[in-house]
Structure formats: C-alpha cells, structure tokens
Design a protein around this ligand. Sequence first.
Ligand code: URA
Length: 211
Amino acid sequence: MKGQAAVTPESEVASDDTFLLDGQPYCPQSEWHLMLNKPSGILTAARDRRALTVMDLLPDHYTRVRCMPVGRLDKDTEGLLLLTSNGELAHRLLAPKRGIVKVYQARVLGCLDADDVAAFSQGISLNDFTALPTRLTIQYAQQDQSLAVVELTEGKHRQVRRMFGSRGHEVISLTRLAFGPLTLDPGLAPGCFRVLTAQEADRLKEAVNLV
Ligand code: URA
C-alpha cells in the first residue's frame, strides 16, 4: 500500500514499509520513561486492591508496556518518581555501587543546627545500619520548624525520616527534588506526569553507563 494512508487497523503492510505520521517518519517506541510528581497518600506499587497506587495515576497504556517505578517513595513522600519500561536501567539506577544521588527536601520539627549538619556528614548510626556520610543543607531553622535539603546515595527503608528522627527531629513533610541528573519539573503539579525527553533519557543512561 505504498503512498496510501493507513486509516483502518487491518491495513496490510510489509516489513520493509516505512511509516509517516503527520509527514514525519514514525518509529514505534520500544521503551518508555516517565517523571511523576508523586503526591502524598499514594502507594509506590504496581497495583493494590485497597489503596491507590502510582499506577492508578497513569493511563493503562503504561501498565501494558510494563513501565514500573524505579525504587519506592513512602506513602507520605511527595516528588520525583521515575518510571521506566527498561528493567536494566531501573536496576542500575538503584544499584548501591553506582552511588546515584537522590536529593530530598525535608520539613522537620525543631531547630536544625550545625551539630545536625556535622552528624549527617559523619554518618548517622541507625538500629540496623550506619548511613553513609551525607550533606545536609539547612534552608531555614526556626524554634519550632526547619527546612533542609539532604543528599543520599543509599535508599534504605524510610532512611531520611529515620536519620532526622535519630537527631530528635520528626519529619513532617518530605519531597524528592532530584534523582541522578534529573530534577523535578516545576511545571508538574502533584499527581501529574510527563514522558522524559530523549535528552533526559540519555542523561539517565549515561549516569549508569548504559549507552
Ligand atoms: N527516605 C524516606 O524516609 N522516605 C522516602 O520516601 C525516601 C527516602
């Protein structure tokens, strides 16, 4: 059917046909990468019978193409969640030895100070492990509440909450601002997502030597 418009699903094509969509060469996409601004109160899981999950925020298409969350954010954590259909990319982004940096902004109870910064930089000892030394940057500190940014290369269960908790500062909100080379798109309201640009996907792959 050379030179004809394919307007019905049953149009016959040959394997060496080229396809144009709106006049441009069309390549069926083999992998998908998304950035979601995860809202609080939503589970990072494939599907759950009782609770809403991040997959419920996306069109079913992304479940069909096996786009899966890269790691987890706690139910109450907000912010940048990557999803990809490339299992090897997800695996590499999460591998501890790659040291991919995740950046979190935490609002905590109490007044953070230089002792907290020093404790984070030395490595905080928790019940089951000692966290690697991390950078804590205080954005503001008041008697009752403080705001700070922390950079982690690990991803242990509730790690940021537990690190602040061990210093006597309960986390009252937590937002992931960055994952490796990607930062949360400020144009994405909580609950909204977008497909990564080709350049963003390349930067992610370069970060884990998947080129
Ligand atoms: N650390 C936490 O405590 N919670 C998250 O969701 C991510 C990192």
